[in-house]
Design a protein around this ligand. Structure first.
Ligand code: ADP
Ligand code: ASP
Ligand code: MG
Length: 494
């Protein structure tokens, strides 16, 4: 059997006709070597605009919907016309786009009429961008002579019904992938599957969470037993820090699943936090590569993750809230943690960080700010009797914070990393509000004031020599390997 590779293209990698053409060329060269399944995001910015329109509709503003649908039609048709010459093919794709846009308009108008936006409707609306981009990329491939069809992931990725953050049901997904995708692959067709979305067993559309197309790619890879997954994005690979915060951040050659998962979990947008879950057990490599510079090698994510010890990378996350449950009376309450996390679990709010003072006067934890209101309400409910008796003095929320994490799988081999972290931040006058370090020592995470986040990142990046030559921090490459060594794109890497 020819090797099978899943390739995912992010929003900027399909941002306009020239980007889509570049993505199609990458897929074409991979398809010459083996089978390829593509997962594609919406054109950049489209998902945000859909979500925005859904909220306007909820406020009863129907005209906003009409305007958005017209804009999306113009944007996608413009790309279509510059990508595809054949008039019949243009008409076919245009028909497909029109159907999706009609469905979108109906959903938005219905929401505006009811002035109610259910999580189910929001998922159906926010997933439309992928249903518009997939036919474009498939048509661009066909135009290049690569047989390709768009496939809606609602027919392949079966999920639980948790709207906005659905999880795949892998047995069902595997069966669907065999039924829908395998026959296409056997015929040499490249399926272009919509990222980000799935559907329940009953066929109700769901989404995998923002940035979820990365997850779609590894779900498809695991379902089909692919040899590797390549995530094509707008940066050269996984870097020592977000280059938007730390411009001198360097690209890492190789990192481990654990390190990458830790970075993603703590906000490194380059990967959806669950991306590595489907492939870790089988040890299937995931590559992060730059669709704007396919000659560059990118970062390989594996079980081993390269050889270096110490700090590998930093990450930071904003839009998070520090929740504190406290008061002198909680000292004697042995079930505070259990009840707090039962409340967060019931809402599926992700807890990013937990810290407890030894006196048990206070427990604090960090969640996404999007979950703040519901979480505080749930906690106040859970501790209502104690709050009434003033055993629990407060359940408070502070959203003016950020979490900075220092990540490296082998940090435990090197003493003093925590000390250096605190000293460096202390020298800069950066106040640390809370600290957590797991016993695995993959990361040390710190809560700092939001305003100090970037300064903390720049300080720690320098402190750990992450921008220095390879000797200071093995695993990062200082310059790109030569074009002779690196095939321009897509050979199956070992
Ligand atoms: P895509 O649309 O391809 O999914 P995203 O915008 O979701 O791309 O993710 C890529 C972005 O992730 C980069 O532009 C970069 O700013 C950000 N990022 C954050 N942390 C890192 C990191 N450690 N390494 C690389 N990129 C990072
Ligand atoms: N388009 C979706 C989003 O913006 C999914 C993705 O880009 O991965 O969240
Ligand atoms: Mg992304």
């Amino acid at each position: 059997m020819p090797p099978l590779r899943v390739m995912k293209f992010g929003g900027t990698s399909v941002g306009d006709a020239s980007c889509i053409a570049r993505a199609a060329a990458i897929v074409k060269s991979a398809a010459a070597e083996g089978s390829v399944v593509v997962a594609v995001s919406a054109m950049s910015g489209v998902t945000n605009r859909l979500i925005d329109a859904a909220h306007h509709a909820e406020a009863g503003e129907a005209e906003f919907a009409t305007k958005l649908v017209a804009e999306l039609r113009r944007q996608h048709n413009k790309a279509l016309e510059s990508l595809v010459r054949d008039a019949r093919r243009v008409a076919d794709v245009d028909k497909n786009l029109s159907q999706v846009l009609l469905e979108l308009e109906r959903l938005l108008q219905g929401t505006a009429l009811l002035k109610e936006l259910t999580p189910r409707a929001l998922d159906a609306i926010s997933g439309m961008g992928e249903r518009l981009s997939a036919p474009l990329l498939a048509a661009a491939l066909t135009e290049l002579g690569v047989s390709s069809v768009p496939v809606s992931a609602t027919d392949v990725i079966v999920t639980d019904p948790h709207h906005g953050r659905a999880e795949p049901l892998m047995d069902h997904t595997r069966a669907r992938a065999e039924k829908v995708l395998r026959p296409l692959l056997k015929k040499g067709v490249v399926p272009v599957v919509t990222g980000f979305i799935g559907a329940t067993l009953e066929g109700v559309p769901t989404t995998l969470g923002r940035g979820g197309s990365d997850y779609s790619a590894t779900i498809l890879g695991a379902a089909l037993g692919a040899q590797e997954t390549v995530i094509w994005t707008d940066v050269d690979g996984v870097k020592t820090a977000d280059p938007k915060l730390v411009p001198e951040a360097r690209t890492l050659d190789e990192i481990s699943y654990n390190e990458a998962a830790e970075l993603a979990y703590f906000g490194a947008k380059v990967l959806h936090p669950n991306t590595l879950r489907p492939v870790t057990a089988a040890g299937v490599p995931v590559w992060i590569r730059n669709s704007f510079a396919p000659e560059k090698p990118g970062t390989k994510i594996t079980g081993r993750g390269g050889s270096n010890g110490g700090v590998k990378a930093l990450t930071a996350i904003r839009s998070v809230t520090l929740i504190t449950v406290g008061g002198p009376g909680i000292v004697g309450l042995t079930d505070v943690l259990a009840r707090s996390f039962a409340a967060t679990a019931s809402l599926r709010s992700n807890v990013l960080f937990v810290s407890q003072s030894s006196s048990q006067n206070d427990i604090c934890f960090v969640i996404s700010s999007a979950d703040e209101k519901r979480t505080v309400e749930a906690l106040r409910d859970a501790f209502a009797p104690e709050i009434a008796e003033q055993t629990v003095e407060h359940v408070s929320a502070n959203s003016d914070i950020a979490v900075v994490a220092v990540v490296g799988e082998n940090m435990h081999g090197i003493p003093g990393i925590a000390g250096r972290t605190f000293s460096a931040l202390g020298r800069e006058g950066i106040n640390i509000i809370a600290i957590a370090q797991g016993s695995s020592e993959y990361n040390i995470s710190l809560v700092v004031e939001a305003d100090a986040m970037q300064r903390a990142m720049l300080t720690l990046h320098k402190e750990f020599g992450l921008h220095e030559a390879a000797s200071g921090s093995p695993g990062a490459h200082t310059e790109d390997r030569s074009a002779e060594q690196i095939p321009t794109g897509v050979s199956l890497r070992k």
